[in-house]
Ligand binder design. Structure first.
Ligand code: P6P
Length: 331
């Protein structure tokens, strides 16, 4: 039987990969792991407590906010604030970024972006939801509070990214730019344990993931590619929870698409705390992630915290095939 390797142990062991690593990034990743355990506890009993249903609030982009969204947001902010490992946070649930005051005389050099509970519309029907996070080195002067410029960095500047999937088991998947590893929460010991080492995405797969309901609203080149996937007898799998949909593709191969529509002419998904972190992870696992304008997602300039983007992400061969369809059929 393989020896148990906990997330903490793995992070510390891998810290040696970083020259001059000060341990702050290690501390940040551990803080996020703690927050994930706390959120997991509430997600698992959401049906029992009065934390279901809409908290009659709306988030920065006008989506109805579920109580569990608020809970997850608060827990992540608390965990990231207490250790002093980060100097600022940007969340889907907050209009503006949140400067985090230094703890003691520690001047943290990292900022964190996250979607605390993505796919929250699925909470009430007990379908998997997830937390998505990304970590950047701050650009602003270290002696003062974080600035907006710290968050408006291209995805390619991220030093770490990950997601937590609250599903049949709770899985934390992350990268620091040296491959992708997955950790399954063992509730009997309260630890995330290494369960998926050096994850690599298959070059192609049998799945495509898109909201077929919008088919007639997509541009012709996207409809042609979706028809192609259907002609290949690929299986359509779409949960409406980005973390879940992309997690399947990361492990089994395939392509996830959220193109522009009339309602979302620049795409629906958010660049900073949904598309960029997941693109970093998929690229680190050998996949590709581009916009429907064929730009590499991680190279898209960031001008707004809640900026939206189109995305085609997954197996490299399939993303390249989608690219050729767009080039061939774009009017
Ligand atoms: P639609 C959830 O609200 C989310 O942000 C992603 O998790 C998911 O992929 C997408 O929106 C679903 O959007 O328009 O298909 O319901």
């Amino acid at each position: 039987m393989n020896r148990i390797v906990t997330l903490d142990e793995f992070i510390i062991k891998r810290q040696k990969d970083f020259p001059f690593a000060s341990g702050e990034l290690t501390g940040l990743l551990r803080d996020i792991g703690v927050a994930a355990k706390i959120v997991n506890r509430e997600v698992n009993k959401a049906g029992l407590l009065n934390i279901l249903g809409v908290a009659d609030a709306h988030n920065a982009t006008g989506d109805e906010v579920q109580k569990l969204d608020l809970y997850a947001n608060d827990k992540l902010i608390d965990c990231l604030s207490n250790s002093g490992e980060c100097c600022g946070i940007a969340s889907e649930e907050n209009e503006d970024f949140i400067p985090i005051p230094p703890v003691g005389n520690k001047q943290s050099k990292y900022v964190v972006v996250f979607d605390p509970l993505d796919g929250s519309s699925n909470i009430n029907v007990n379908v998997s939801v997830g937390t998505i996070f990304g970590i950047y080195r701050r650009k602003s002067e270290a002696s003062g509070p974080c600035q907006l410029e710290d968050f408006l960095q291209k995805g390619a500047e991220m030093v770490a990214a990950g997601y937590v999937l609250y599903g049949t088991s709770t899985l934390l998947v992350y990268t620091t730019g040296r491959g992708v590893n997955g950790f399954t929460l063992d509730p009997t010991i309260g630890e995330f344990c290494l369960s998926h080492k050096d994850i690599r995405i298959p070059a192609r797969g049998n799945y495509y993931s898109v909201n077929q309901g919008y088919y007639l609203k997509f541009d012709v080149e996207m409809r042609r590619f979706i028809d192609h996937c259907s002609d290949l007898n690929l299986r359509l799998r779409y949960i409406g929870s980005m973390v879940s949909d992309i997690h399947r593709i990361l492990f089994q191969g395939g392509i996830f698409l959220y193109p522009n529509t009339r309602k979302y002419p620049f795409g629906k998904l958010r660049l900073v705390y949904e598309c960029n972190p997941l693109s970093f992870i998929v690229e680190q696992a050998g996949g590709h992630a581009i916009t429907c304008e064929l730009d590499r997602v991680l190279d898209v300039p960031v001008s707004d915290l809640h900026q939206r983007a189109t995305i085609a992400i997954g197996s490299p061969d399939m993303v390249e095939e989608m690219k050729s369809f767009v080039q061939r059929y774009r009017i």
